[in-house]
Design a protein around this ligand. Structure first.
Ligand SMILES: NC(=O)c1ccc[n+]([C@@H]2O[C@H](COP(=O)([O-])OP(=O)(O)OC[C@H]3O[C@@H](n4cnc5c(N)ncnc54)[C@H](O)[C@@H]3O)[C@@H](O)[C@H]2O)c1
Ligand SMILES: O=P(O)(O)OC[C@H](O)CO
Length: 345
């Protein structure tokens, strides 16, 4: 086996269940296996699970990459959950509640639940950690989040990247850090779960805005302005929800926003570019078969902001364009016509 710098020599291999064999679930399973964990990857579709077990390839998401031996795939959630120290959740944010409802009784009381998701539940406006707590009854010491500039399409090449592993219990964050630390993947711990989740969810909305600007043919001044003001409104919301302001200057804030807004691999930014080029929401959805979380979460983020009395003009504009059919050029004009104000508000 190739050495990717993890804890492969460790005689007791950490058992990890990864739920969701989509792009990030598959790539993160590879990271964990490279770090020396014994990984069981749950997938919905038997043909994908069979392909992973027989050819070590996930044909739907990464047909050109051979996955490490430390991964076993299964459609049996009970088998995946059995004896897992960590249950990593990598399904779309809006389906988490239903998925978790089916898995909760299978999980051990000590298993730490790890969210890879970057969204806010529509209707409830709950963060993913809050959905996990509500559905499973787990306390904050058993709920963790992994976030940061982590495009699965780059990580599957084992290109160097850093991330944040956040848990209110720092000792648990350190255990998770050890479980996913490899020569190419560098996790930093944080105890600010809310800040990391807000950073991850809102960057998808700002990614849509930057994509829309790109699709309109606007240049780097416009995109940098959206990124910076987008980060300002992200931090405003986070602070209102009790987050640590420093988180937004870190990997789960600025880091993830820059990766998303600048990358052709980002589904949110690509989705926005399609809208900016004049495609409708329905046309764009019909040509996109991947999870672009910001499309739904822009509404939940907008609702969350209104509930906390926080101004999020870029997010409001994205909702108006994506769901209200507002012409993107009109939304840009209106954003620019807002009353003048000091930068640090
Ligand atoms: N792909 C990335 O680069 C990346 C990186 C960091 C975080 N994330 C986040 O990880 C989460 C998962 O994203 P992804 O990229 O793996 O998405 P994906 O669309 O590639 O995969 C989602 C997986 O969930 C499964 N699934 C289980 N139950 C489902 C249901 N009821 N409906 C639909 N699908 C269901 C799908 O079969 C699929 O395998 C998102 O919140 C995303 O923002 C993704
Ligand atoms: O493809 P996106 O836009 O969902 O972004 C993927 C990751 O969240 C980037 O960190």
């Amino acid at each position: 086996m190739e050495d990717h710098g993890g804890e492969a020599g460790n005689p007791v291999r950490t058992r990890v269940a990864v739920f969701g064999a989509g792009s990030w679930g598959t790539a993160f399973a590879m990271v964990l296996a490279d770090a020396g964990c014994d990984v069981t990857l749950w997938g919905r579709r038997p043909e994908v699970v069979d392909a992973i077990n027989t050819t070590r390839v996930n044909p739907d998401y990464f047909p050109d990459f051979v996955l490490p031996d430390g991964i076993t795939a299964t459609t049996d959630a009970r088998r995946a959950a059995a004896g897992a120290a960590f249950a990593v959740l990598a399904v779309p944010s809006q389906t988490l509640r239903a998925n978790l409802g089916a898995w909760t009784s299978l999980l051990d009381r000590n298993t730490v639940l790890v969210s890879l998701m970057k969204g806010v539940e529509l209707g409830t406006t709950l963060l993913m950690s809050e959905v996990i707590a509500e559905v499973t009854g787990a306390g904050p010491d058993r709920i963790a989040v992994v976030s940061g500039p982590n495009l699965a399409g780059e990580l599957i090449h084992r290109q160097p990247a850093a991330c944040v592993v956040a848990c209110r219990d720092e000792a648990v964050a350190r255990q998770l850090q050890a479980a996913c630390h490899t020569a190419y993947y560098r996790p930093y711990t944080n105890v600010d779960v809310v800040g990391c989740e807000i950073g991850g969810a809102v960057k998808n909305v700002i990614g849509l805005a930057v994509g829309i600007a790109d699709g309109l043919g606007l240049g780097d001044n416009t995109k940098a302005s959206l990124i910076t003001r987008g980060l300002a409104e992200t931090a405003r919301l986070g602070l209102a929800m009790g987050a640590d302001p420093r988180t937004f200057a870190g990997l789960a804030g600025m880091g993830d926003l820059v990766a998303t807004a600048c990358s052709p691999l980002s589904r949110n930014t690509s989705f926005g570019a399609s809208l900016g080029r004049g495609m409708t929401l329905a046309q764009t959805v019909a040509t996109t078969h991947r999870t672009a979380e910001g499309v739904t979460s822009c509404r939940s983020v907008r609702d969350l902001a209104r509930r906390h009395g926080v101004a999020m003009p870029v997010t409001e504009a994205v909702v108006d364009i994506v769901h209200g059919g507002k012409p993107p050029r009109l939304a840009v004009k209106e954003l620019m016509a807002r009353s003048a104000k000091p930068e640090r508000v």
